[in-house]
Design a protein around this ligand. Structure first.
Ligand SMILES: [Ca+2]
Length: 348
């Protein structure tokens, strides 16, 4: 039985050793997990196992795409190599005399193969990396009769060029793109995958923590720390029960989170989009900052269970309004524009 630290050591060693055994261009990846239904002996591993499981299943999801992409890249590479090979062989054949001095000429050609490479490279704009190894090629050519080589068939090269230009582009377009597959349904479904994306039970991955904390609870989770946030709110000098962007910002930047994140927090918290934060919205902002500071991710949209109870009706109204009205929402204080106009200047 190994403890957490030993497990890490075994994990690292396994990854390193496999890298030496497996002859693949990819770096070997080891996934670790627990495959029994007994209590975990080392509960510290729980998160690690969950993360690993997610990684494994995500990688499996991308397998069909990556495999197709790799095949396509291999095909392109082979086509290019075949083209270069045709150029080299036909160049050797072209320079051979038809009757006398064949052996001498062949020796010359093999000796000067480097120059032939250069010439083909210049003439057909081929990258040097596409040429076969010079020394190996010279060794192999010794055993061949150059007069039996075929002359260049331009028609065949045209077909290859057309394939590279048109067919490959078509095939490339058929491979699903990263951004699309990320939002659409997973490509690999069923079996073990059903358990991994558990969004129903409270034991699903990252359920009940970070942004999901408070989900399904009758009380608004932000209320729990509310007394702290309300005290802060009052010291920031609310006007008619609301904080201006500048006032809220002065407190929010104390989190030391970058403006890009605080801007996101602002957008999520200013639920009624009036460019100010009331005490509910401010408490929500501080709650979101707490979530982020604790290492969790923020969503792009505020989940229903985090919407302040006072805003449930308002939010629905907002969605009913035509687009133009929403566009009138004030600039968040973390946008570049706001920094120039609303930032309180420090006085000397
Ligand atoms: Ca507001």
């Amino acid at each position: 039985m190994v403890d957490h630290q030993q497990l890490m050591r075994v994990y690292g060693a396994l990854m390193w050793s496999l890298g030496k055994v497996l002859q693949t261009p990819e770096v070997a990846r080891v996934y670790i997990g627990s495959f029994w239904d007994q209590p975990l002996r080392f509960d510290v591993n729980r998160r690690l196992f969950e993360d690993e499981e997610q990684d494994l299943f995500r990688d499996m999801q991308s397998l069909p795409k990556n495999a197709a992409l790799r095949k396509l890249n291999d095909l392109i590479k082979r086509a290019r190599l075949a083209k270069v090979h045709a150029y080299i062989i036909s160049a050797l054949r072209k320079d051979m005399p038809s009757v006398f001095g064949k052996d001498g000429k062949k020796k010359d050609l093999i000796k000067n193969l480097g120059q032939i490479y250069d010439q083909i490279q210049r003439e057909h704009q081929i990258s040097p990396g596409d040429f076969p190894d010079l020394k190996k090629m010279q060794e192999l050519l010794v055993h061949h009769d150059f007069t039996k080589f075929h002359p260049l068939k331009p028609r065949l090269l045209e077909i290859v060029d057309k394939m590279l230009a048109e067919d490959i582009a078509h095939l490339m377009a058929m491979i699903p793109h990263e951004d699309i597959s990320a939002t659409s349904e997973p490509r690999v479904k069923g079996g073990a995958f059903d358990g991994v994306q558990d969004t129903v039970s409270p034991f699903g991955y990252k359920r009940g923590e970070g942004i999901d904390a408070g989900h399904g609870e009758p009380e608004w989770i932000v209320s729990k720390e509310r007394y702290k946030y309300d005290a802060m709110f009052d010291t920031l000098g609310p006007i008619d029960g609301k904080l201006t962007g500048a006032a809220a910002k002065s407190e929010m930047v104390k989190s030391k989170l970058p403006n890009s994140v605080l801007g996101k927090v602002w957008k999520l918290s200013d639920v009624d989009k009036d460019g100010m934060l009331d005490s509910d919205e401010f408490a929500l902002a501080m709650h979101l900052i707490e979530i982020k500071v604790n290492g969790h991710d923020l969503p792009t949209e505020l989940p229903e269970h985090l919407v302040p109870p006072s805003k449930h009706v308002h939010r629905r109204d907002l969605y009913l309004k035509p687009d133009g009205d929403q566009g009138a929402a004030k600039q968040p204080p973390f946008s570049i524009l706001a920094q120039e106009t609303q930032l309180p200047q420090s006085r000397p």
